[in-house]
Design a protein around this ligand. Sequence first.
Ligand code: SF4
Length: 257
Amino acid sequence: MAERRGSDKVRVRVLRQDAFDRKDTRRWEEFEVARGERATVLSALRAIQRAPRTVDGRAVAPVAWETPCLEHACGVCTMLVNGVVGQACTSLLDVVAPKGRVSLAPLGKFPLVRDLWVDRQRMTDDVKRVRAFVGYDGATDALRESPAAQAERLLLASCTSCGACLEACPQYHQNGAYVGAAAINQARLVGLHEGGALDRGARLDALMGDGGIASCGKAQNCVEVCPQGIPLTESLGSVARDTSKRLLFGWLLGARR
Ligand code: SF4
């Protein structure tokens, strides 16, 4: 059979489940959409949403997924496209469905809400766990940051909490302790802030705890899949060096600094 590249139709297989506690409803459903010029997985999902009918003619409930920004800014449309982590808004059908077929599934490392929609709350919880926030009240009045210091932080601060780095990480598991590259990058970012530096000792102690930096297996998958191009392996290395110094010399500085 001839390749379907250039065909005006694409078959979209979607792994569906009606609710987090309804594994009995897990199933694949197949839809057909027009390819369209520069069409993406996101535009295919929107077409399915407008007319949710499977290829065998059954009217079904619209597919659920998160899609607030539509333009590669928020990260929440991250899912498995042909089994590989990707974002619906930037996955061109010409690239991911050259033969006229593509499969979509939810991220597997987060609790499922419904269909392609997952709950990333744990990412926020893990940021809190490693104290990757500026706890200093009134920092903007008292602290002066150079443009160079701000520029260094800009790329690290572009994380959208999409979860791609965690999905790709062999050490990160839904019920495991490891916080993963996103939280550790956030800890590095906060440590570069003058206000965040005030809390440095407690943050490093948290990063040396259960599920912290020692759990990184150095697979480096995280940096390969990050859609923001954040140098995650640099962040992991930087935090590993800081925690090693803390372990060796922290007693010289006192318990909390
Ligand atoms: S570090 Fe990159 S891949 Fe990980 S959550 Fe942030 S934007 Fe997504």
